[in-house]
Design a protein around this ligand. Sequence first.
Ligand SMILES: C[S@@+](CC[C@H](N)C(=O)[O-])C[C@H]1O[C@@H](n2cnc3c(N)ncnc32)[C@H](O)[C@@H]1O
Length: 289
Amino acid sequence: MKHASSSTPGRSQAEDVRPTLATEDTYDELKRKFIANGSDSVIDGAQRREMVRRFEEIDRSIPLATTPTDGLLLAEMLMSTTADGDVVECGCFSGGSSAKLSIVAAALGRRLTVFDSFQGLHVVDEHDEQDLHVRRHVGWLEPWHSGKYRASLEVVRDNIASRGEIAVCEFVPGYVEDTLHAPELPERVALAFTDVDTPGAVRTCLTRIWPRIAPGGVYASHDVALLKSLQVPLSESVWRDELGEFPPILFGAGFGVCDSAPHMGYFVKGRDLPPEYLKSLTIDKRQVD
Ligand SMILES: C[S@@+](CC[C@H](N)C(=O)[O-])C[C@H]1O[C@@H](n2cnc3c(N)ncnc32)[C@H](O)[C@@H]1O
């Protein structure tokens, strides 16, 4: 529900204009819209309701480092993109985000390839050891260390088998610096979701996966709220020298997509994409009363 701006005695109408987004980014509100979007989607309202039920079961039973809202945002983007290709995830921890992506991929007849070391983070130098959160106070973030978020391939497989759609999944174990190559990386990627934390890994994921993103496809990252990681997808050398492209908009840069998805950001591939297409990838794509 939008805040109706009530008039305050002694204030002019112009002063009374208030932000209307304050309550719109709560998970419950977005969930309601996510289900309502089924009236004009390849995945209808009943399927979306069932998807949300399964996502919430995953949130209750698998340790996740992403929020329930992150899961809905990714699902909406994947169900709404017109891009060809499969789904790639880098950085799965215990497989909670992968289980959600696998459910959406299965509903759409796409495959999901999961890249992870299955040994946790890989901190290679001093620069990668400590980052700074844009929206939180200094000291909130513990230094990164190798092995953080470690979960074995067996645990991840079991979690996806019990809560997701294991039949559409493939796993590529190893550090992304070694594994993000053909033939493991699908030729065309409709949506990539990367959540690897350290700037070095963020760079490897972006430079290796971006060339495979299909026109209109989405490259989503859970690493845009930390300054060093954020500098990578905004770096001139990445776009000009490595990718040879003019950088697209990074939605969410520094602040996340909303308060309940503060680490999430994304690029959409293509020059001069119609604003209507960009809007169609969001949960707030239509009026819901
Ligand atoms: C924050 S966790 C991912 C959280 C997960 N997306 C979720 O929603 O629960 C980071 C993951 O990235 C993986 N990772 C970090 N650096 C990596 C690298 N260089 N190569 C492969 N995997 C890496 C870790 O093993 C870990 O599983």
